[in-house]
Design a protein around this ligand. Structure first.
Ligand code: EPZ
Length: 422
């Protein structure tokens, strides 16, 4: 297993390119199961979650021609296998995204239940209930979701009890081939959901309300789709992570290939803390701040403050003046990074879903362990500003969603080495 050794307190400067959004790439790749011929997808991030989904799609019989690590052609003229096996799904829980398209296109599939992860139980009950309402017969057998829709899926009104990103995406893909209209009420509005809608629209699927919490989809009655080529949107969470790298080391950095419209909550929080950020077409420049004030965050669905940047801002809070408060409202166990930050000297107290972080803290380098994707990036941010050396272990978590993080950081002046556990 790899770990990262980070020498703290190195100044950062220069410009960093942001990669394509992992959470836009995953549903778009899954939706190619609805595709008859080939379609070109570019701007993909070279991260483990995307490789894991491509491995699953190839296992199902999808044809993939890779042009380079960010571009491929993909199509599903025929499928040889309708089972998404446990040993692949367990590596990447968003594999649940093949359920909607497989069921809609082929009328039957078996998808391993994704199970929970470090940050929470991550149930998929809302996905299953919606598909049943569209006419699917679903039961769980030996850890697999067995779904059938012999006569195809039928459009209907679906009111989601909770806002679910991949749940909205699964229903969108299923509804695209259903008979009649499907309305999704209380739909997720994340930019990644919007790009999936645009991709489906490019194949002629009529969708209204894109970007709102009420979507209406006219299905093609089982007719396979033919998508237009697509370039994946920039990763707003990776971008927020590098903005935090600049903020925690109090450096001036430029970030290219960004979309400021997807980051309004983050940009407003950083300016409240004391940072001036210049915005041009696709570049953000964050400037060193005279003072960095403590802040309050409540994580919520888009366009609110994203839960996927909660850990990174917690690391930043250790360097701000006074104390900060962070409330995690989406996941029941998304504070696994707290104990690791405390090992570095952070002064954080927890009360249920509320964390209080006392700032002006001198962090000391230490051995720490990554527990989940975003926690691992938070530990690296803390190590960048800590005195001495840190070692962040189990960085397979990091590799799931950050492309070449140590190469990008070292190009900015960081001193990070990727080493092998003895
Ligand atoms: C997506 O996960 C993202 N993953 C997550 O990013 C992100 O943290 C999350 O949305 C919230 O923004 C992808 O897009 C691949 P949810 P998802 O369904 O869709 C509950 C990262 O770091 N819920 O929106 O799995 C659930 O327990 C990852 O890149 C149900 O109760 O999240 C949670 O409390 C981590 N039943 C809330 O809804 C369901 O059937 C939001 O979950 C589905 C969800």
């Amino acid at each position: 297993m790899d770990y990262l050794e980070i020498k703290g307190q190195e100044p950062l400067k220069g410009s960093v390119p942001i990669s394509g959004a992992k959470n836009a790439a995953l549903p778009i790749l899954a939706s190619t199961l609805l595709e008859q011929e080939n379609v070109a997808i570019s701007g993909l991030p070279a991260v483990a979650d995307v490789s894991a989904l491509l491995e699953l799609l190839e296992h199902l019989g999808v044809q993939i021609q890779r042009h380079d690590s960010h571009t491929l052609e993909i199509g599903t003229p025929h499928i040889t296998n309708l089972q998404a096996p446990y040993d692949i799904v367990r590596k990447m829980r968003a594999s649940i995204l093949v359920l909607g398209p497989l069921l809609a296109r082929f009328g039957s599939c078996a998808v391993s239940l994704p199970g929970g992860c470090a940050i929470g139980a991550r149930p998929v009950d809302l996905h299953l209930r919606a598909l049943e309402k569209m006419g699917a017969h679903i039961h769980i057998e030996k850890g697999y979701i067995i779904a059938k829709a012999k006569h195809g899926l039928k459009g209907c009104d679906i009111i989601l009890d909770k806002i679910t990103v991949t749940g909205t995406e699964n229903i969108l893909m299923a509804a695209s081939l259903a008979k009649g209209e499907t309305k999704i009420i209380n739909a997720a509005k994340e930019p990644e959901v919007v790009q999936l809608c645009h991709f489906l629209q490019s194949a002629g699927v009529e969708i209204s309300g894109v970007g709102s919490s009420e979507l209406s989809i006219q299905g093609t009655k089982g007719q396979a789709l033919h998508f237009k080529p697509i370039h994946i949107i920039p990763d707003r969470i990776e971008c927020g992570t590098y903005l935090c790298a600049a903020a925690i080391t109090n450096s001036t950095l430029s970030l290219s290939n960004t979309n400021a419209h997807h980051l309004e909550a983050i940009l407003s929080k950083l300016s409240e803390i004391g940072f001036k950020i210049d915005i041009t077409e696709d570049t953000l420049t964050i400037h060193k701040a005279r003072t960095r004030k403590g802040f309050e965050i409540i994580t919520t669905e888009y366009p609110g403050f994203p839960t996927d940047l909660q850990a990174q801002f917690m690391a930043l809070a250790t360097q701000c003046e006074g104390s900060s408060l962070i409330e995690e409202r989406l996941f029941e166990n998304r504070f696994m990074h707290v104990s690791e930050l405390q090992r570095m000297g952070a002064d954080i107290s927890l009360k249920g879903a509320l964390a209080q972080i006392n700032g002006d803290c001198v962090l000391m380098g230490a051995d720490v362990m990554a527990t989940d994707l975003r926690a691992s990036s938070a530990l690296i941010l803390a190590a960048l500003v800590a005195k001495g050396k840190s070692r962040v272990h189990r960085i397979y978590h990091l590799d799931r969603g950050y492309e070449s993080l140590e190469l990008k950081m070292n190009a900015l002046g960081a001193k990070i080495k990727r080493l092998k556990e003895k």
